[in-house]
Write a protein that binds this ligand. Structure first.
Ligand code: BG6
Length: 804
């Protein structure tokens, strides 16, 4: 019978059981005495994954659990005909192996039992599902058992999920008192939208606690050891696991294989979707998340893991370098019957720079890297610590365990590489780690072997006593309800929300071609500078004939012209933002030099986000300590509301730079717990603050945008408020929600020394054309009223807005 603690760890199942007890107390009490059976239904049982790993994992589960009184039945299913399927399965079952330390006779006996308990059947139609369910019920009854649960393992392509889910839900759920677990294999969507769609569909058939989404990296022994290691070594790590001590973190998965034979999948996904969005992100969160007090609580682990996502800084195009092995396009042409002229843009290599904006990790680069056809196969996480020591004695006197001058690092060596096995390595000059002695042993010395710049002997090195493949581990965790080894819906969507904007922005990026293997030389080496990643070597022309592609932004110069009689700067978005950020910094430096301070008024909305990010990451000489930040306009929502302009400024700029708090001036839209109430006199208060701090109420720089209806700041067409008169700050009404706004008035804007208007995107094309022709008509197009009294007006428009 299944042990009680097993149920306790699965509250959903516990509740179901309780319900069953209420409905039929007597019969249930009698049934409780019967031995329990779990049925495992493997869909796609003849496929690659099943043949390579899943059957072996099921056998492993059987070996682990059979002595504990559980009864099992294994149903391999697929669309394949019964005869053919039986043949395949018979071969697979024959090839199963036992752990090395098991006596051959015992192994043969258990294998024979397992073979007897396993069957193959075709599972295609709703009728087949119903028949399967009935057969399980009949068999359980016939053998005098009690059904305690069913596991459906879907090793099938994702397009089949929904149909299968529907069939399981309608015809194959176990009866009351028994649980259901449905195991799903990636891909779980292609981007945030598709992942949401799939999650919603699956959610209509199964409860969250019934779903087990597999990320096989979570089953790798070393990955599964990251949290226990952090937990057991809290005393040593508490002071070290933070930005003060960690130089950088590398999460790496290098492969030697290519994508041949699976280009139809790979062409759709590419390296970021295939392994970074899932495997490497999972590993990253295990390193970066806050450690729960109780790491054996799956709920606590999952919750802490989820909390790691909102603090990941949004990725930009320059957070990534991309590559593609040279033979890839040819393989795609052959396998997908593409014409000779076809060149794929799918990356097979990516390096990504991730920053985490919290107090623990601020400023520490996390580098994620993976690629096909590289020089070696290896996966690891490397935590490299800062080294501030200066050693007086010469190197020959350094002793590994004592010298503070040797590199200090912890490596979770997930697998392969020169070491050839999973291991946890800790530099001897850090601390002697504690690992569970039951499962881990010290790695034997290998003279001559150097890892990450040090001889193996310079590390405390531990590897698993018994190596186990990830799927065996995960199948055991499914059985034991260890939900923290799986990807929840919330986690999945948080990860896609993090990656999707980058994937969108890279959609047309041309990856650097690389020859593959050792020949790659230094071609793919990349480096970090100014918060960006770039390849270390310039592109060697002869190697990269380059797919015929659209012109790149760098093919164009920044264009200078006039727009409405004022200077216009036009470029591709990235150059434009870089140029504007540079101009703002130059204005700030000038103002601080002359007046000791710089007053900058910023608009909200989406266009300035990239500018804020650029200022936050690439402008270290910006005189933030002497800069005052003002808001051009604000929505009448609390300042913490995601719709608030101040919140956007906070997220994308303020939290990354060192502006003194007293220099930040949010608009007072939320006073006395009311939003923009006239009687609270927020507009007067802001005007007084400006008059008191800004000489002549003349901002050094005002950044504006232009709406598709010609509005600017929160001054809207057909609304007279704020277009003229004495008032410096006004309340206005926007045609779109939230309707109530606070805004600087046009006369105040026009007092500025410089006004920059940033206009980006195709959606602005029409209004940009229209406004280029109209005169001074602020009532119809408030933007046309922007004309600084004595300051300068400069238009910054990207090519999409300017040229269409
Ligand atoms: C899979 C990817 O999820 O992981 C493959 O789809 C990749 O492209 C594989 O090769 C790598 O896994 P492992 O266990 O060999 O590191």
């Amino acid at each position: 019978m299944l042990a009680e603690p097993h149920f306790k760890r699965c509250p959903g199942i516990w509740k179901m059981l309780m319900a069953a007890v209420c409905v039929a107390l007597l019969s249930s009490l009698q049934a409780q005495d019967l031995p329990g059976q779990v049925s495992i239904i493997l869909l796609g049982a003849t496929g690659d994954l099943a043949r390579k790993y899943l059957w072996q994992g099921l056998f492993h589960l059987y070996l682990e659990e059979v002595g504990k009184g559980h009864h099992f039945r294994f149903h391999g299913t697929a669309l394949t005909s019964t005869e053919q399927g039986q043949e395949v399965i018979a071969k697979v079952l024959e090839s199963l192996s036992c752990p090395r330390d098991m006596a051959p006779g015992h192994c043969a006996e258990l294998k024979a039992q397992f073979q007897q308990l396993s069957e193959y059947r075709q599972l295609k139609t709703p009728k087949d599902y119903l028949a399967l369910s009935k057969d399980i019920e009949a068999q359980v009854e016939h053998e005098g058992l009690r059904e305690i649960g069913r596991i459906f393992y879907l090793s099938v392509p994702p397009f089949a999920y929904v149909d299968i889910a529907r069939n399981i839900n309608s015809s194959c759920r176990p009866g009351p008192g028994a649980w259901l677990r449905v195991v799903l294999e990636k891909p779980f969507g292609h981007d945030l939208h598709s992942a949401q769609q799939l999650a919603a569909e699956l959610g209509s058939f199964f409860r969250e606690e019934e779903m087990y989404r597999v990320d096989h990296y979570l089953g790798k022994q070393v990955v599964a050891q990251i949290l226990p290691f952090r937990d057991q070594n809290r005393a040593a790590l508490d002071g070290l696991w933070n930005r003060h001590h960690v130089e950088r973190v590398e999460v790496v998965m290098k492969e030697t294989l290519d994508a041949e034979g699976r280009t139809s999948f790979y062409e759709e996904y590419g390296v970021i979707r295939d392994v970074l969005q899932n495997h490497l992100t999972e590993v990253l969160t295990l390193v970066a998340m806050e450690l729960p007090v109780n790491i054996s609580s799956p709920e606590a682990v999952l919750q802490h893991k989820l909390q790691a996502f909102p603090v990941l800084r949004g990725l930009q195009r320059h957070s990534a370098v991309l590559g593609q092995y040279q033979a890839y396009s040819g393989q795609v042409r052959r396998e997908l019957q593409k014409p000779d002229s076809f060149h794929s843009l799918t990356p097979t290599f990516a390096g990504i720079l991730v920053h985490i904006d919290n107090l623990r990790w601020e400023g520490v680069p996390f580098i994620l890297m993976s690629g096909k056809v590289l020089d070696e196969r290896v996966s690891y996480v490397r935590i490299l610590f800062k080294n501030q020591a200066f050693c007086v004695q010469s190197e020959k006197h350094w002793v590994a365990a004592q010298s503070r001058c040797l590199p200090r690092q912890i490596i979770f060596h997930i697998g392969h590489g020169e070491l050839g096995s999973p291991a946890v390595l800790v530099s001897r000059n850090l601390f002697r780690p504690a690992l569970p002695s039951a499962g881990w042993k010290e790695v034997e010395g290998r003279p001559g072997l150097r890892l990450f710049g040090l001889p193996l002997s310079d590390y405390y090195a531990y590897s698993p006593v018994r190596e186990q493949d990830a799927y065996s581990q995960l199948i055991s965790h499914i059985f034991h309800c260890r939900k923290d080894s799986f990807v929840t819906t919330e986690n999945l969507l948080a990860s896609w929300a993090f990656w999707t904007p980058l994937l969108d922005s890279l959609a047309h990026e041309v990856p650097r071609l690389y020859p593959g293997g050792a020949e790659n030389g230094q071609l793919l080496d990349f480096e970090l500078s100014g918060g960006h990643l770039s390849f270390s070597q310039p592109l060697p022309e002869q190697l990269v004939p380059g797919p015929d592609s659209a012109p790149l932004p760098s093919d164009f110069q920044v264009l200078r012209a006039k727009y409405r009689e004022s200077p216009l700067i036009s470029a591709w978005p990235e150059e434009l933002i870089a140029r504007l950020a540079g101009d703002i910094e130059a204005a700030a430096v000038r103002a601080v030099r002359r007046f000791g301070e710089f007053h900058l008024a910023l608009s909200g909305g989406s266009s300035p986000v990239a500018l804020f990010q650029q200022l936050a990451t690439g402008h270290y000489s910006f005189p933030w300590a002497h800069t005052h930040l003002w808001l051009v306009d604000e929505r009448c929502v609390p300042l913490w509301d995601p719709e608030s302009n101040f919140q956007g400024l906070q997220t994308h700029l303020l939290q990354h730079v060192r502006v003194p708090h007293y220099n930040v001036h949010p608009m007072p839209v939320h006073r006395r717990q009311r939003l923009c109430a006239e009687e609270d006199q927020g507009t007067q208060a802001y005007a007084e603050e400006i008059s008191a701090l800004v000489t002549n109420s003349s901002f050094d720089l005002v950044l504006l945008g232009m709406g598709a209806d010609g509005h600017t700041a929160s001054l809207f067409p057909q609304s007279p408020t704020g277009l003229d008169g004495e008032q410096l700050v006004v309340l206005t009404t926007s045609p779109s929600s939230p309707h109530r706004r606070m805004s600087l008035s046009l006369p105040l804007i026009n007092r500025a020394r410089k006004v920059a208007v940033l206009v980006m995107g195709r959606m602005k094309r029409e209004i940009a054309m229209l406004v280029s022709r109209v005169g001074h008509e602020p009532k119809k197009w408030p933007i046309s009223g922007v004309l600084p009294d004595s300051g300068q007006l400069v238009w910054y428009m990207d090519y999409d807005a300017f040229l269409g």
